[in-house]
Design a protein around this ligand. Structure first.
Ligand code: FAD
Ligand code: DLZ
Ligand code: SF4
Length: 520
């Protein structure tokens, strides 16, 4: 290399060939730095598959860059001098390469971005922090949109993103099909024989097998099954997974988005979040493919609009929301929930069939689909009043697609209403009735979903009213909830007391999780 190079650190969720820090650089004026570091692998005790996935994807990405002629300085977890942190490793790389500047793309997470922002003061060379333009909406654009709004309504943001991208838009500025949002068509309960085509599973190659051994050796006390390990770990594999989704599952994605079937973990979901979030897939390109499926007559508008809304609506909104409310969001606990997370969240050992199936899928796949995360696991945490910090740690640790920027607003704001309604206008609270309507869980559960109180009653039933009753002062002002309190008020005192004491008896049976599951 003729003169001092540019040092380009690439983090584990920045595995994108068109990353801003790589654009415009030449292969002989830059050194790429990738770092497996203990801090990242253990700030929560991530699911074993999540660590194997990130490390394997990082090593594959480094190998591809090298193959293309880039100089990559790759620090392995087990290198004897590894300092264990991004900052420590950049400092060591500066000593090795004497760069004229460090060019890094901003971190997706607050914790890491705080560390990066200290680099200019710490290092002698120039440090340039570039915006992550893999997201559609920049921080400044979100702030501009949020400015002066009483409520940050996702639907309004989503329409802006539709206009900005032109996705599913007509030339006259109207939405294709005449409506912006077809969610009402996307609430079909499961059919008797839901036989969704299986997603492609990827056989571990030599690099992945090495990572599986590493995880077995170093992270055996972390939650979750390591094998079978079937995630895509390269952009080529991730594209294959996307091809299969667009060929076989998008058609039914919309209608069955909220359906749950015992033992069926993927249904018609894309299963692409792990690849999108670490940078192997371009989210906007996926939306364009979805629109093409509609134009070609291969998928109905409700499926395509639903998919596009999840990505340019929810995913982008959640990211903007995170940066808007951090750092306070981590501490938010508007409903003053203090109960410990139950031990069964880590073991799956509960007689509640819905919860045990969602936790089984989480343990086996490092994945559960959205409605399981929201209306089974999340609903339980909300109704039982579990401490938001414990719930955050659990969701961040157990899902292979979890990074704090996307996990925290979904947990704190969407499921726990811990931010007092900044995201949702009312809590996503439901009794067993909802789960029974949208799944086949209840048929063979040892609890009875139709029984409201007492022995054998579905615990969600009394928990629902216990939640509503204990938060009445806080929630009754919402016009969307008034009807529910009217129902409660029509019940006699005796019935109300039965609900409350059933819920309390159930809550007393919950064994708190032992220390050490989520953090050392
Ligand atoms: P699909 O159902 O196929 O949806 C397509 C894509 O839309 C997803 O891949 C994802 O990129 C995006 N998407 C959908 N819903 C959301 C959402 N609410 N927020 C952001 N993006 C969304 N998603 C994560 O990527 N990481 C997380 O850590 C995460 N934690 C969650 C925690 C809770 C409590 C809840 C309720 C949801 C969470 N989600 C999270 C959102 C959603 O559950 C997952 O994105 C989805 O299950 C991933 O599976 P899929 O790729 O098959 O998604
Ligand atoms: C999730 C994760 C893990 C487990 N390990 C690493 C790592 O060792 N090196 C790395 O660069 N990234 C890792 N990641 C992803 C990072 O946590 C993620 O890129 C940042 O937190 C984003 O802010
Ligand atoms: Fe879950 Fe209640 Fe149905 Fe059992 S009866 S599966 S606990 S909702």
């Amino acid at each position: 290399m003729a003169s001092n190079p540019i040092l380009i650190p690439i983090l584990g969720d920045q595995l994108t060939r068109t990353l801003a820090s790589l654009r415009g650089r030449t292969k002989n004026d830059s050194v790429i730095l990738m770092m497996e570091v203990w801090d990242e692998a253990t700030y929560v005790k991530h699911h074993k598959q999540k660590i194997a996935l990130i490390f394997s994807a990082m090593r594959h990405f480094a190998a591809e860059l090298e193959e293309a002629g880039w100089q990559v300085d790759y620090v392995k977890l087990t290198d004897s001098d590894n300092s264990g942190s991004f900052t420590g490793e950049v400092a060591r790389a500066i000593e090795r390469h004497d760069p004229r500047a460090v060019h890094v793309v901003e971190a997706s997470e607050w914790r890491v971005q705080q560390a990066i922002e200290e680099w200019p003061g710490k290092f002698a060379c120039e440090v340039e922090i570039l915006p992550d333009d893999r997201f559609l909406c920049s921080h400044a654009e979100f702030e501009e949109w949020a400015e002066g709004r009483k409520h940050l309504t996702m639907e309004h943001f989503y329409r802006e993103m539709r206009r900005k991208t032109g996705l599913l838009m007509l030339d006259d500025g109207k939405p294709k099909g005449g409506e912006w949002n077809l969610d009402k068509q996307n609430r079909e309960p499961p059919k008797g024989d839901m036989d969704a085509p299986a997603r492609p599973k990827f056989e571990p190659d030599e690099i992945t097998r090495e990572m599986l051994s590493l995880v077995k050796d170093k992270f055996s006390d972390h939650f979750g099954d390591l094998e079978p390990f079937e995630w895509p770990v390269t952009s080529a594999e991730a594209e294959q997974a996307a091809d299969a989704f667009f060929a076989e599952r998008i058609e039914n994605f919309g209608p069955y988005q909220d359906a749950m079937v015992f033992g069926s973990d993927d249904l018609y979901h894309s299963m692409l979040s792990t690849s999108i979030n670490c940078g192997l897939l371009d989210p906007i390109a996926l939306c364009e493919r979805a629109e093409q499926a509609y134009e070609d007559g291969r998928a109905p508008l409700n499926s395509v609009e639903g998919f596009i809304r999840q990505i340019i609506g929810w995913r982008e909104y959640i990211r903007g929301f995170y940066w808007h409310f951090m750092p306070g969001l981590e501490e938010a606990n508007d409903l003053e929930a203090t109960r410990a997370l139950p031990e069964f969240f880590w073991t799956g050992e509960t007689d509640m069939r819905c919860l045990s199936d969602c936790i089984r899928s989480t343990k086996e796949n490092a994945h559960a689909h959205h409605i399981q995360r929201l209306m089974v696991l999340g609903n339980f945490c909300l109704l039982a009043g579990i401490d938001p910090r414990a719930v955050q740690d659990w969701y961040l640790a157990v899902y292979a697609d979890a990074y704090q920027w996307v996990e925290l607003p979904n947990v704190s704001s969407m499921i726990l209403y811990a931010d007092g309604g900044a995201l949702a206008t009312k809590p996503y609270a439901a009794s067993g009735n909802y789960i029974n309507k949208m799944s086949d869980y209840c048929k063979e559960c040892s609890y009875s979903v139709s029984k409201k109180t007492g022995d054998g009653a579905c615990p969600f039933n009394p928990l629902y009213w216990h939640f509503m009753d204990r938060h009445r002062d806080r929630l009754s002002s919402s016009h969307r909830i008034g009807r529910i309190y009217a129902t409660w008020d029509r019940m006699g005192d005796e019935k109300k007391q039965e609900y409350l004491s059933s819920a309390e008896s159930f809550l007393e049976t919950l064994e708190p999780a032992r220390d050490g599951w989520a953090r050392d």
